[in-house]
Design a protein around this ligand. Structure first.
Ligand code: GDP
Ligand code: MG
Length: 431
């Protein structure tokens, strides 16, 4: 009986998919509230390995209803592919619903994403080029197409016709590319609407009813808090708000319905692509983290930069989200390390600071101040109970807990389902 938001507390890839999967077994609804198909949540399961892009990870449980909320931007073709793939893996997708208010990623969004990124040259923001940014731009420019629009042939044509004229001016006159065809897009996307019709729903109403019935609802964040459009390392951020504050809006729930906010942190730090990362390592320890943690992006295979746990950024994220509790994943990746460092402060132009500077240049100039703890140099992967963890591992976790000022309630020690140490039941103990 609770509404619980699970957010990524670093730069993404924290293992949210695995944690959601662990919790979803006892959850009635799992809702994605932002982002698009530019993410990849990997879940390892007895039926095989699953990578979720738009479909909430809860779909693996037969009793969980999954919702793609109004705050998400949906590429219908990508979604249909993902649904068909799940069906081939024997997963029932009849419990998947998409908000009729969710915006559609259109072909011109994909095209403009690529053309704009090329035009930025070396100043590019490393867009995943799946049209997500341009789709959010149109949402805010009030020229977006929403899922409900795909269901009405004439309204869709009228809207698309107006929007496409403007897009084609941009495509031909600014970028010198051939225009897109109204007829082709209209028939293709109306076709997607027909295919998805039984899944497009008033999800706000569904969730409101679920609240009245005291159901358990998980709100699933995509990417991480340090990629938030407002508070992330701008402009190397994602195009939506990844924070708990947006979870209610993006799902269609009242803010005070959220009982608990859980932040998922890796036991170290990773980041894809550019943008400063104060604790990034370029030595063999960074390489060891990458190898042991398989730190290549689920989505693109791009390698993630690795480094020590950054408790300055971590505490900033805990504060921004009002984290009630935290989860530490991938503790096992550190199993072989003789010593482990934790960044407790930054040194910026001779001053010690304990908060995240707003500008990229300041963040890039930050030198991490480290504290060192002893490694445990033993495998943690088979451990089920917190008491059985090596003392050094417990000391490390307790130190992180102190620095984050947030209780740590789960520790994950393997990608596999079930290999998660629970210190507290995060679903039950909420009133
Ligand atoms: P997400 O986007 O936050 O869900 O994370 P990703 O799925 O993109 O990346 C996390 C990766 O770490 C995935 O390959 C997971 O299978 C893996 N993973 C999750 N938890 C653990 C863990 O405790 N230990 C190890 N070794 N791998 C984990
Ligand atoms: Mg991911």
């Amino acid at each position: 009986m609770a509404v619980v938001a699970v957010i990524g507390a670093q730069w993404g890839g924290e293992g949210k998919g695995k944690i959601i999967d662990e919790l979803a077994m006892r959850t009635d609804f799992v809702v994605r509230y932002q982002g698009g198909g530019n993410v990849g949540h990997r879940v390892v399961h007895e039926k095989g390995e699953f990578v979720f892009r738009l479909v909430p990870s809860g779909i693996l449980y037969p009793n969980t209803t999954c919702i793609i909320g109004n705050g998400v931007v949906v590429d219908p073709k990508g979604l249909i592919d993902e649904m068909e793939k799940l069906q081939r893996q024997d997963i029932d997708i009849s419990r998947l619903y998409i908000s009729e208010r969710a915006h559609v990623v259109m072909p011109y969004h994909f095209l403009l994403d690529r053309l704009e990124e090329e035009a930025r040259g070396t100043d590019n923001v490393e867009s995943s080029q799946r049209g997500i940014g341009p789709a959010y731009v149109d949402k805010h420019a009030r020229t977006g197409i929403r899922m409900a629009d795909l269901l009405d042939v004439d309204t869709f044509r009228a809207k698309l016709s107006t929007i496409l004229q403007q897009k084609n001016r941009m495509i031909t006159q600014i970028y010198g590319q051939p225009p897109l065809s109204l007829e082709e897009i209209h028939s293709e996307y109306y076709g997607y609407g027909l295919q998805l019709r039984s899944h497009i729903a008033d999800t706000q109403k569904m969730l409101h009813d679920a609240l009245s019935d005291h159901k358990t609802i998980l709100l699933e964040g995509a990417r991480g808090a340090l990629l938030d459009i407002d508070f992330g390392t701008y402009p190397f951020v994602t195009s939506s708000s990844t924070l708990a504050g947006n979870a209610a809006v993006g799902a269609g729930l009242p803010p005070r319905s959220i009982d608990r906010v859980i932040g998922v942190y890796k036991a170290y730090t990773t980041r894809v692509g550019s943008g400063p990362m104060p604790t990034g390592l370029f030595d063999t320890w960074g390489q060891t983290m990458r190898d042991r943690g398989h730190e290549y992006r689920t989505n693109t295979g791009r390698e993630r930069r690795c480094g020590w746990f950054d408790a300055v950024a971590g505490r900033f994220v805990a504060q921004l989200n009002g984290l009630d509790v935290a989860v530490i994943t991938k503790l096992d990746v550190l199993d072989t390390f003789p010593t482990i460092k934790i960044c407790t402060a930054y040194n910026l132009h001779g001053q010690t600071i304990r908060s995240l500077p707003a500008t990229l240049s300041d963040l890039a100039a930050c030198q991490p101040v480290y504290e060192e703890v002893k490694g445990w140099q033993r495998s943690t992967t088979g451990i089920n109970h917190y008491e059985d963890l090596p003392e050094e591992a417990k000391t490390y976790i307790k130190r992180l807990e102190g620095l984050l000022e947030t209780p740590i309630v789960m520790v994950s020690v393997s990608p596999e389902r079930g290999k998660t140490i629970q210190l507290q039941d995060v679903l039950v103990s909420v009133a």
